[in-house]
Ligand binder design. Structure first.
Ligand code: 16G
Length: 242
């Protein structure tokens, strides 16, 4: 099963074989992999070679190591389609996961110059600053900070933001959310983010900045979200210009 005469490195061949077993479902989420020693014996290679294959699969987020117990197949990543302006609550529900939030901060602060410019309001105008850990089926998925003009989204409370901001804006305030610009980049988790998201420090994360507008063009929110790179991926449908 390992072709030692192949130009492909041996660790890579092992990596591909394990990956194939995960993709085809022979190995399922939560299954424990064989130990390094067992793989080394099975493939007749050194443990170092096996370790390299395993570490690469860990970096890819396909498997994870649990201290003292072994290496396991990771749950499938949550795929978010980037063709609709959806809320976290909707994203989770559409995947059959139960959304929840842990409120880290809820305060009203004066808008800084930068925030004021982005939200097209006067500097020092009160804005909500909301920091939440967003969970799906009780697993932390993202850490999110929203900045929202206080005199636009009236009556926001801790209880509301512990549920869904978009639901309140649309169904209670009857405002129409229209569009958003979104920038996604890769980063590694800071110590604080790692603690909040329950991942090792320096783990890969997807950093998303969204600016959302009401249908009439008024800026509604500035949002920074750090999504766990091991649990989340984005999908876009693209059409070639005709
Ligand atoms: C998503 C949005 C965020 C929005 C939130 C509302 C991204 C990157 N961000 O997390 O801008 O404020 O949903 O969610 O998608 P909620 O209605 O559940 O509070």
């Amino acid at each position: 099963m390992i072709d030692k005469s192949s130009p492909l490195p041996i660790y890579y061949q092992i990596e591909e074989q394990i990956k194939e077993q995960i993709m085809s479902g022979i190995l399922e989420p939560g299954d424990m992999l064989r130990s390094e020693r067992e793989y080394a014996e099975y493939y007749q290679v050194s443990r170092m070679t096996v370790r390299q294959a395993i570490n690469n699969l860990v970096s890819l987020g396909l498997i994870y190591k649990k201290k003292g117990s072994g290496t396991f197949v990771q749950e499938k990543k949550i795929e978010q389609a980037l063709h609709g302006l959806t809320s976290f609550t909707e994203d989770m529900r559409s995947r059959g996961l139960t959304p929840s939030s842990r409120l880290i901060d809820f305060s009203i602060i004066p808008a800084t110059q930068v925030v004021a410019k982005e939200l097209m309001i006067e500097e020092h105008t009160p804005v909500y600053e909301i920091k939440r850990i967003r969970l799906g089926d009780d697993i932390p998925i993202a850490f999110e900070t929203n900045i929202i003009p206080a005199n636009l989204v009236l009556g926001l409370t801790e209880e509301i933001v512990a549920n869904s901001i978009y639901n309140y804006v649309e169904n209670k305030l009857k405002l129409h959310i229209g569009s958003a610009t979104q920038v996604i980049e890769s980063a590694t988790a800071t110590k604080a983010e790692a603690e909040l998201l329950d991942i090792p420090k320096q783990s890969p994360i997807l950093l998303i900045e969204r600016k959302t507008f009401l249908a009439n063009g008024t800026p509604l929110e500035l949002v920074k979200s750090s999504y766990r790179g091991d649990r989340y991926k984005f999908m876009i449908n693209i059409n070639r210009k005709s």
